[in-house]
Design a protein around this ligand. Structure first.
Ligand code: GLA
Length: 387
């Protein structure tokens, strides 16, 4: 939906007057999967599409939420916000408001209309996009855009952890809040130090392959994987002073892994340590323009997520296999939490049309329905639109 149409719909809902407009991207993670909560490095980027909003201050303490994607409208009093299953999508912005208030930032009543074009449950972070959108609206409407961006990122993660109940790491909110056009972010999730890196894929492009198998993060095994990693960490801590699994080098881990008797916990920890190394290497290759080597690491990451971390699944494995078999593909892997959702592939531009046709056909014949393909550029983080 165009911003002008969204404004028109906003006027129809809430009447005429000043309207402020905002945009917040989705994200893909290039590599560094399931290690943000293990203190590792991740390499995500913001997408060129996302969630949009029109917003206006009110003179009372009421917030009206509406969306062009869902029929459900929700009205809340700022001072009485509670989680409610029946408020569905509005729980994400409600959680952000609760965290904003805990920090003592300014806020008052608002009318809000959002519109998103990130498919839900596709692993492209529609929820973090919505959270950051809410945080930046409040920043710009009531706090003169002066709030510290990384504080907002952390606060949105807390909203998802404590209000919505998904124990996610910091990656999604960070990528969405801090994204820059044509750049990936190498983020050290232990210290939150970060570096931007040009994504110059030369004569290749980044393709997002959506399995069209939807997943709900809060129903998935996400929290279980975190618990298994915590268990492995607890055991390793009896031998070495570490705060996170990704503080270990591969050599250190190989020496210590026998301490973890339980197979699953050992496999999860191994993935975390090796994936962290792969991410650092991938960042180096991307900077050096060694795209073939970069692509190989993507494929290795997928194998580890499939075999050691066990967060892939029939649909993701099929789409990645088919992508890797197609001509002109330099690498492919699942992206995001897994169990469905999207994969990414690096593909020669000259072979792109053929790549899409072949993967579509082969995936459909194995899975029974078609995948979708998105050729999104890498966009900027959440911001107000001035036009
Ligand atoms: C989800 C979480 C992130 C991260 C990824 C897996 O997207 O929200 O914090 O853990 O899964 O890398």
């Amino acid at each position: 939906m165009q911003i002008n149409e969204l404004k028109e719909e906003f006027r129809m809902l809430y009447g005429s007057g000043e309207i402020r407009t905002f945009t917040s991207p989705g994200r893909v993670n290039l590599i560094g999967e399931h290690i943000d909560y293990n203190g590792g490095y991740v390499l995500p980027c913001a997408l060129g599409f996302g969630t949009y909003a029109c917003a206006r201050k009110r003179n009372d303490r009421k917030i009206n939420f509406a969306s062009t994607n869902f029929h459900l409208k929700v009205e809340v009093d700022i001072d009485e916000i509670k989680f409610s299953e029946s408020d569905e999508w509005a729980n994400y912005p409600k959680g952000v408001i609760v965290e904003i208030m805990k920090k003592g930032y300014k806020i008052s009543g608002m009318d809000i209309l959002v519109s998103g074009n990130i498919p839900n449950g596709a692993g492209l972070s529609s929820s973090a996009s919505l959270e950051m959108l809410m945080a930046v609206i409040i920043d710009n409407l009531f706090n003169e855009g002066k709030l510290d961006r990384i504080e907002l990122v952390k606060l949105c993660q807390r909203a998802e952890n404590t209000f919505v109940g998904v124990n996610c790491g910091i990656m999604d909110q960070f990528a969405i809040g801090m994204g820059k056009q044509n750049k990936a972010i190498l983020l050290d999730c232990n210290t939150l130090k970060y570096n931007y890196c040009n994504v110059d894929l030369k004569d290749n492009c980044l393709v997002i392959l959506d399995t069209n198998k939807r997943r709900a993060l809060n129903e998935s095994k996400y929290n279980e994987r975190r618990a298994e990693c915590e268990e492995a960490l607890r055991i390793l801590q009896t031998q070495k002073q570490i705060n996170a699994l990704c503080e270990l080098s591969i050599e250190e881990f190989n020496e210590m892994e026998k301490l973890i008797k339980e197979d699953n916990a050992r496999k999860r920890a191994k993935h975390a340590v090796y994936e962290n190394e792969r991410t650092k290497e991938a960042y180096k290759y991307l900077n050096e323009g060694k795209i073939e080597k970069f692509g190989k690491l993507l494929a290795a990451s997928h194998n580890s997520l499939r075999d050691l971390y066990e967060v892939s699944g029939k649909e993701l494995d099929t789409i990645v296999d088919e992508a890797l078999k197609a001509k002109g593909c330099l690498g492919a892997r699942m992206t995001g939490a897994g169990f469905g959702g999207c994969a990414i592939a690096i593909v020669k531009k000259a072979k792109l049309d053929n790549f899409i046709d072949i993967v579509r056909e082969n995936y459909k014949s194995k899975i029974g329905y078609e995948p979708s393909f998105y050729l999104s550029g890498i966009g900027d983080g959440t911001e107000e639109i001035y036009s």
